[in-house]
Ligand binder design. Structure first.
Ligand code: 5AD
Ligand code: SF4
Length: 443
């Protein structure tokens, strides 16, 4: 019972999330943990009692953005010295105390493995800088997901960390070794989400398809987990991200053939199409092995839409290596893909290797992006005339319009005056725009 005479003071929390979907999930969980302390989320930073920046360290620009955002907070902190400023996420993990040294206005620094202790840190009952890798499962210490109706699509973290040690990547250092959450916890959280109105769950992990756990009958792989989730009534759509090619097991590929709830969409980063560069990156597979894998996935689910990540200008990359990447892209035909210019990350094996000339790397990035944009356009235009499922996630700006995601994860705008958020409807696609589709309700 609440004490009517003395209600807990409501404080406002502003969270800015940088980077990946895992951070979006983490920000939601931190908001829930702080909710138990009387904090409610605000969209207005100027009104906040606490500002939390949930950071990303994957490329240089992400950390720079943090420092410039912190610089911009100086006047607000000067005006209201009791404003709490916290830095969470992978920059917090990588830089630790350095952040407070560089930006003394920061009150709290919390790494991705310790954010369940954020409330204690805010109360002053835990150190102000926490970046260790505790043996306890942080998810055990977080409150149950909130008992309110939720948006129809949600994230659920099933795995964290990475043991792959790609030569360019900070994740094994900032997120630590691979840890899989146990089956029963995942199923419980999924059921809980479905009870709150969720119809689509995206399973998250830095190396999500490397997930494994003790099931009811021995060790389960990720395909088996998906089969168990597909038995939850009301869970209409399942997705997952991000995967490593070497962990695409036969069972997971079969799940794409057998499980109608598993959406025909797969993000499978390859990074480069050159065997020399793949070896230098420590990716542990060749371009031909990736292509064979794609063939097997397409044999299981012919309509699957594939997306990927690429790095151009990795140390030692020649024109021939770049041409090999373009050839691989041409051969696969991606629905869309992210491509990045290589950014040396301190502490990673590739950090000290001689860099490719910046202008050359820029030119290669442009070439690759032009090809990927063409493929994205072709994939979207291929949807026109098709009848697809669309899950409405929010109303559009125009009256009577709804915006949702198709099975293939394209945003679709639909005229649907009688529809509600959370409806899963059949739509005929009538037009492809630059980054979205337009559809009409199918009879
Ligand atoms: N430089 C550029 N891109 C990187 N990525 C990871 N580390 C780096 C880096 N040092 C990209 C990879 C990865 C995606 C999440 O970010 O393509 O798949
Ligand atoms: Fe980083 Fe992904 Fe490689 Fe792991 S598999 S080291 S997260 S790029």
């Amino acid at each position: 019972m609440t004490d009517q005479a003395n209600p807990p003071a409501v404080k406002k929390l502003f969270i800015k999330t940088y980077g990946c979907q895992m951070n979006v999930y983490d920000s939601q969980r931190m908001a829930e943990a702080m909710g138990a302390e009387g904090y409610v989320l605000t969209e207005d930073q100027a009104q906040a009692d606490m500002v939390l920046l949930n950071t990303c360290h994957i490329r240089e620009k992400a950390a720079e953005k943090l420092y410039s955002d912190l610089g911009r907070l100086k006047p607000l902190k000067a005006e209201r010295p009791d404003l709490k400023i916290g830095v969470a996420g992978c920059v917090a993990q990588a830089e630790g105390e350095e952040i407070v040294r560089r930006m003394p206005l920061v009150d709290l620094v919390v790494g991705p493995q310790t954010y369940h202790r954020l409330p204690a840190m805010v109360r002053g009952e835990a150190p102000a800088i926490l970046t260790d890798f505790p043996s306890e499962d942080k998810f055990d210490h977080l409150p149950q997901r909130r008992a309110t109706r939720r948006a129809p699509a949600a994230f659920l973290t099933v795995q964290e960390g990475c043991d792959k040690f790609c030569a360019f990547c900070v994740v094994p250092y900032t997120r630590g070794a691979e840890v899989s959450r146990p089956v029963d916890r995942i199923l419980r959280e999924a059921r809980d989400l479905v009870e709150r109105g969720v119809r689509e769950i995206t399973l998250l992990g830095q190396n999500v398809n490397g997930w494994h756990g003790a099931g009811t009958d021995g060790d389960w792989g990720f395909g088996r987990l998906i089969r168990a989730l597909a038995r939850i009534p009301g869970l209409d759509r399942i997705r997952y991200t991000t995967s490593h090619p070497n962990d695409m097991s036969d069972d997971l590929i079969d799940a794409h053939r057998d499980i109608p709830q598993l959406m025909p969409y797969l993000h499978l980063p390859v990074q480069s199409g050159s065997d020399r560069i793949l070896r230098a990156m420590n990716r542990k597979h060749t371009a031909a092995e990736y292509l064979r894998l794609i063939d097997r996935i397409r044999a299981a689910r012919p309509d699957i839409l594939l997306t990927s990540d690429f790095i151009v200008g990795f140390p030692g990359e020649t024109d021939q290596d770049h041409a090999d990447t373009l050839r691989l892209v041409a051969e696969v035909g991606f629905g869309t893909a992210f491509s990045f210019k290589y950014s040396p990350r301190p502490g990673t094996p590739a950090y000290d290797r001689p860099e490719v000339d910046g202008a050359v790397a820029d030119q290669r990035l442009q070439e690759l992006q032009a090809l990927l944009t063409k493929q994205q356009k072709a994939a979207q235009e291929g949807m026109v005339g098709r009848r697809l499922g669309v899950l409405f996630e929010k109303p559009g700006r125009q009256a009577g319009q709804m915006i949702g995601k198709s099975d293939y994860l394209h945003s679709v705008f639909v005229e649907a005056p009688d529809a509600q958020v959370g409806d899963l409807v059949q739509v005929r696609i009538v037009e492809s725009a630059s980054n979205s589709l337009r559809g009409e309700l199918a009879a």
